[in-house]
Design a protein around this ligand. Structure first.
Ligand SMILES: [Zn+2]
Ligand SMILES: [Zn+2]
Length: 99
């Protein structure tokens, strides 16, 4: 009968029963259940890439060390001043400098 027929997976070239074969995510080839899951995971992982890119393109923020008055630009507020190395002296500057 037709459902007994084995179908070749386009990904791993294994012959699998037709009930274990699936259309791939693009819908133009047939892949086995295992390959389908791998493809799906890869696609899920790829989804996170644009989010990371957005994070990287975040504008630089201005920070200033309240101890040595050293100002610098960073995307993240660090705990240590990159100039004097003191901890918890760094604060964010919004807009113009306060002096
Ligand atoms: Zn396969
Ligand atoms: Zn400092």
């Amino acid at each position: 009968m037709w459902w007994d027929k084995k179908v070749q997976c386009n990904k791993c070239n294994q012959q699998v029963p037709k009930d274990q074969i699936r259309a791939d995510l693009k819908g133009n080839t047939w892949v086995c259940e295992t390959c389908y899951q791998i493809l799906k995971e890869k696609r899920e992982a790829a989804k996170f890439v644009p989010e990371k890119k957005v994070e990287k393109s975040e504008p630089l923020k201005k920070f200033m060390c309240t101890q040595c008055k050293y100002s610098f630009e960073s995307r993240k507020l660090g705990k240590l001043c990159p100039f004097c190395g003191r901890a918890n002296t760094v604060s964010k500057i919004d807009g113009s400098l306060p002096w």
